[in-house]
Structure formats: C-alpha cells, structure tokens
Ligand binder design. Structure first.
Ligand code: GRG
Length: 302
C-alpha cells in the first residue's frame, strides 16, 4: 500500500478527473432544453451541472474500477447517483424544508426559477436516475440492472435518505440520544453514499465478501461525512462552503456535534474514517484511492 502522504497527493487529481467525467456524463445524459417544458429541463440542468464535489460519482467510479467495470457504464451510474443527490439538495433547499438561498455558490433552484419549477425539477431528476439504471446501457444483464434499481430505491427512499430527512424534521423539537441521531444520519446521508460504493460491486458481479466490504466502507464513510458536515455547519465559512452556515446549529437541530461537542464529534468522525478504510483490507493497492477518500472526508473544509 502507498503511504498516506503520497495517497493524498494522488487523490486531488483523481477527484478532479472523476468530477469532470461525472459532469461530462451528466451533460450528455440530461435532456437538452427544448419545447414548452424547456423551463423544467433548464432547471434540471441548473441543479445537476456545474458544481459539487461529486464524491458520490467518484465512489461509483472507484468501486467499479476494482472489478474492471466498463467506464461508460460507470459514467451512467455515477450520473444517476448525482441526479438523486441533486434532487435531494433542490428539495432540501425549498422553503418547506431548510429554506436556503444559496447552494454550490449560486442561487438555489427555487430562487433562480420558482418553487413549483424546483419541485418538478427535483421530481424529474429522481425519476430520471431510475431510467438511467434500468436502460440497457447500464449493463447487458437485466438482473444486474434490477439489482441497481432495487438498491438505489433502498438508499434513496423511506428506508434511506427520505426516511432520514423525515426523522431530521421530527427531531427538531425533540431530544434524541446518540443512537437515534446515528440512525437518522445513516439513513439521511450514509445510505446514498453506501449505494455509490456498492454500485461498482453490483456492476462487476463481485463476490458477496467484496460487496459487503464496500457496503461497510460506505456506511462508515457516510456517517463520518455527515459528522464533518455538521462540524462545518457549526464552525464553517459560508464563502468556502457555497451555502449558508450555522443554520442547523441555530435551529437547535440535534446532531452528533450538538450531543458530543465538537472535539469528541471530530474524534468520532476520525475513528469512523479509519474503520471505513479497514474494511478495504481484502483489496490490494487498487483500493488506495478509496482509503485516501476516507482521509479526505474528515479533512475537508467544504
Ligand atoms: C422529498 C420533499 C422531499 C424532500 C426530500 C431527500 C431530501 C429532501 C433531503 C435529503 C437530505 C439531505 C439533503 C441530505 C444532505 C446530505 C449532505 C451532507 C449533503 C451535502 O453533500 P455534499 O457536500 O454536496 O457532497 P456537494 O454540493 O459537494 O455535492
């Protein structure tokens, strides 16, 4: 295995390359703007293109590389996950949810367009993601395509991201303990990240042990990611983050940070990132960039 400092220097270019590839895939796969529904298509492109770290797309690509998965298929699946992620951000920013004006350094979709268009653009991005996975270009084997659809539905729906968001809202006026908060964050954030890590194994028809290892990596990575997100929200610089900071803390939303305090929450995120990397022990140095991503997640500033 490559040493940690070399790995971090390799990660920057790899993340940038993966982000550019995800962006190109999205640009090709998103519908071009035309017809009377053009405003919807424009809002979809506005929401999905031109920003974001593309961490989920990177995870799809890196997990697929472990099993020699075709690059075009990885681009399509990365685009599908990023469509779901973009939808969640559009809806999360709505007045009925977090009511935010800024996302990825630009006006949120309901500010740049209007609320109805933002709701529809989110709906269309979510629906499109499943279409991308179900189409023959995702994989020649329909059973593999079905497996992708089932796992994304699990990660994005009531058992995952949307269910976690509901708990987030319900807990605003409650005092949940650490186990409830952890469950919420596993669903709200880690479930889609876990799908991103599992997707390469599904496409590559990997062994159960390899797939379970990637799934475990994704769960720990996703939880560490959310703890750092809450730390950045509590301490962060809105100019760097491209969105408002301090909102969750101001609202008194319970998080790992609010329960444990910043120092213990950071230690928890670090322990989770180390545990995430530990799940990759059965892979050789081909998983080095995934190991480096675990370090990146806890050191990021935006
Ligand atoms: C269905 C009405 C309706 C709303 C759903 C699903 C949902 C709203 C919200 C999902 C919860 C959510 C937005 C979780 C966010 C998790 C998170 C840490 C997002 C930020 O991810 P980054 O930092 O963003 O990867 P970039 O911009 O880099 O892609």
């Amino acid at each position: 295995m490559t040493d940690s400092r070399n790995l971090q220097s390799m990660l920057g270019p790899a993340l940038a390359e993966a982000a550019a590839f995800t962006e190109r895939s999205l640009d090709t796969l998103l519908p071009s703007v035309s017809g009377p529904e053009g405003r919807l298509l424009e809002a979809m492109r506005y929401a999905a293109l031109g920003g974001g770290k593309r961490l989920r797309g990177f995870l799809v690509q890196q997990s697929g590389r472990l099993f020699g998965v075709d690059r075009r298929a990885l681009g399509r699946v990365a685009a599908a996950v990023e469509c779901v992620h973009a939808y969640s951000l559009v809806h999360d920013d709505l007045p009925a949810m977090d009511d935010d004006d800024l996302r990825r350094g630009k006006p949120t979709v309901h500010k740049a367009f209007d609320e109805a268009t933002a709701i529809l653009a989110g709906d269309a991005l979510l629906t499109m993601a499943f279409g991308l996975l179900a189409a023959p270009d995702a994989h020649g084997d329909p059973f593999v395509r079905c497996e992708l659809v089932v796992r994304l539905a699990h990660g994005a729906g009531h058992a995952g991201m949307v269910g976690g968001q509901m708990m987030d809202i319900a807990f605003e006026h409650a005092s949940p303990g650490l186990p409830e908060i952890t469950r919420l964050q596993r669903m709200k954030t880690a479930a889609l990240i876990t799908f991103s890590c599992e997707a390469g194994a599904i496409l590559g028809r990997a062994s159960a042990s390899a797939r379970n290892a990637l799934s475990a990596y994704g769960q720990d990575l996703g939880l560490a990611f959310q703890i750092v997100d809450d730390l950045l929200d509590a301490e962060g610089d809105p100019a760097k983050m491209g969105k408002a900071a301090g909102k969750d803390a101001d609202r008194g939303k319970p998080t790992v940070v609010s329960v444990l305090g910043a120092d213990r929450a950071r230690a928890q995120a670090e322990a989770l990132a180390a545990q995430a990397a530990g799940h990759l022990d059965l892979f050789d140095e081909r998983a080095d960039l995934l190991r480096a991503a675990a370090e990146f997640v806890i050191s990021r500033r935006a």
